[in-house]
Design a binder for this molecule. Structure first.
Ligand code: SF4
Ligand code: SF4
Ligand code: FES
Length: 535
């Protein structure tokens, strides 16, 4: 690995690195709009210009320019170093680069910034990007002067509907083409392009098409300004009121790393956006995952029920314990959930084996769906691998097996985590059982037929570990407090165990993690990848 100097700091680089990529790797930010580490180089915004010092004994590349002389009151001939875009310039051994320390670079950045804002509407008070907009940040860092242009700015189309999820404002667009490159290079649906020239140019959708694929929301996310907004988030919240939890997407077995943005004042979740992890999702998420945050509130089971009548949590736990106590362990089926964390599933396994003496363990979860070769996995559950790894003695049996056994009257009762059964036919078989104790987060076939229903919290309301399809164990962080009467499933299970005469001694999640056997832990943690912020 070679080195070069950036503002007198020695920086290591890998073969083929551009200046900006090498700097980015060591955490130095060279201001940029059009560059994105996951996309090809366009080098069109010129915000990343840097000064390259000539090798000793060689003259610097210089440009002839006209510069305003305030004393003479006229423009005079001058020379200035020819600056280079750091996003395009490949690093070579011993290169000396000046970025923040060059007055020429600072002047160029201020000029680029002023040019980008010449025709900008500066409608920050009503713009969804305000608070996380690069035009705002870089204006403050690199320009910080009032607008000099007194002419009417060029007006362009506003609120253009690009498709079901995205709205475009051409006046705010700096034509960096990140969205164009994303749709072509990552989403493989080259439906966006630039039309016109100069200050009339704008982004447009191909004639007869819409921006409508499985990755449309990423175009809004890569847009460095407020030109692309998501219909889902538009005008809903101001970002400076939001906090972010580092979560794992629950939409499929890829387990994309995400930020779940929520308003702590109301305990309300507003959006899901990608968190960089090169081993899992790089910089991206799919639309299903980005919109999956809605399930924190949508279709939730928030109160306990006994025989379909709302009940207090205490009464439902009492009834569940009483119902389970009387069941022959050989006739009780326990259903784990690929929708729930390792900790929740471990708690249920422990209750089943150590307290109830049950060996009939099955695995429930959402049915398979569509996948692709970008991110989306056909297994629509975030933790199939984790649950399977927890079952160290024998793998859990399928829900079809359970349905067949119920039909053969092998079982009289079921204790299930989650309300999904992969297949509706399985659910109707289970619905015939006399005792159905279900711990559910969302409304589903099992929660609807439960004789005792216990409300379990969602992934947003508790910490948890999920193992993705590649076998990478990842932690998801709690964002908000528990909704309704719900409690984390491991807590409900500890409550059930206590009523059955076994104190697990779990007061917090760390106690559950401590109790998880070292073998189960080792089976789960095959790798934990670096996760950080997306540029
Ligand atoms: S809409 Fe956004 S991402 Fe697309 S070119 Fe304009 S500024 Fe860039
Ligand atoms: S690919 Fe799967 S894990 Fe990733 S964002 Fe989409 S649904 Fe979520
Ligand atoms: S980031 Fe280099 S030219 Fe835009």
């Amino acid at each position: 690995m070679g080195t070069f100097k950036l503002d007198d700091r020695e920086i290591a680089f890998e073969p083929g690195d551009t200046i900006i990529r090498a700097a980015h790797r060591v955490g130095i930010d060279i201001p940029h709009y059009c560059w994105h580490p996951g996309l090809s180089v366009a080098a069109n915004c010129r915000m990343c210009l840097v000064e390259i010092l000539p090798p000793p004994g060689r003259p610097a590349m210089a440009l002839a320019v006209l510069q305003w002389d305030p004393e003479k009151g006229e423009y005079v001939d001058q020379k200035k170093p020819k600056l280079q875009p750091a996003c395009q310039m490949t690093v070579t051994e011993g290169l000396e680069v000046r970025s923040a320390s060059s007055p020429h670079v600072e002047r160029a950045r201020a000029a680029v910034q002023e040019m980008l804002l010449l025709n900008h509407p500066v409608d920050c008070p009503i713009c969804d990007q305000a608070g996380e907009c690069r035009l705002q940040d870089y204006w403050l860092e690199h320009q910080a002067t009032a607008k000099r242009m007194r002419d009417e700015p060029v007006h362009k189309p506003k609120a253009v509907v690009f498709g079901p999820t995205i709205v475009y404002d051409a006046e705010r667009c700096i034509v960096c083409t990140r969205c164009v490159r994303f749709t072509a290079e990552v989403a493989k649906d080259p439906v966006l392009n630039v039309r016109q020239r100069g200050n009339l140019n704008e982004i447009t959708v191909a004639p007869g098409r819409q921006l409508d694929n499985k990755y449309t929301l990423m175009t809004e996310y890569v847009c460095p300004v407020g030109a692309l907004t998501a219909s889902d988030f538009r005008f809903k919240a101001r970002v400076w009121f939001l906090r972010s939890a580092r979560t794992v997407c629950q939409g499929c077995a890829t387990g994309c790393n995400a930020f779940l943005d929520y308003d702590p004042r109301q305990g309300k979740v507003y959006r899901h956006r990608p968190r960089e992890n090169h081993a899992v999702n790089k910089y991206w998420m799919c639309d299903d995952g980005m919109l999956d945050y809605r399930r924190v509130e949508a279709g939730r089971v928030l109160h306990a029920a006994i025989d379909k009548e709302t009940a207090t949590l205490g009464a439902a736990l009492d009834r569940a314990a009483k119902a389970l106590q009387g069941v022959d362990p050989d006739r009780l089926a326990v259903v784990l959930s690929a929708q729930h964390s390792n900790e929740d599933n471990f708690a249920l396994l422990k209750l089943a084996r150590d307290v109830l003496g049950v060996g009939n363990v099955f695995l429930g979860g959402k049915p398979d769906g569509e996948g692709d070769d970008i991110l989306r996995h056909p297994d629509k559950n975030p933790n199939t691998r984790g649950v399977t790894a927890l079952c160290t003695t024998a793998p859990p049996r399928s829900m079809q097996d359970l349905a067949a056994s119920v039909t053969m009257t092998e079982f009289t009762a079921v204790l299930a985590l989650g309300s999904e059964t992969r297949d509706l036919a399985d659910a109707s078989a289970l619905g015939r059982l006399k005792t159905q104790v279900v711990l559910a987060t969302h409304d589903g076939p099992l929660s609807r037929s439960a004789t005792v229903l216990l409300p379990a919290s969602s992934w947003a309301e508790s910490d948890g570990t999920f193992v993705n399809a590649k076998g990478i164990a990842q932690e998801s962080e709690q964002a908000i407090g528990t909704l309704g009467d719900s409690r984390p499933a491991w807590k409900l299970i500890a409550g059930l165990a206590a009523r059955l005469g076994h104190d697990f001694g779990w007061r917090k999640l760390a106690d559950v993690r401590k109790a998880m056997s070292p073998e189960a832990g080792a089976a789960l943690v095959e790798a934990t990848a670096h996760a950080g912020a997306t540029p």
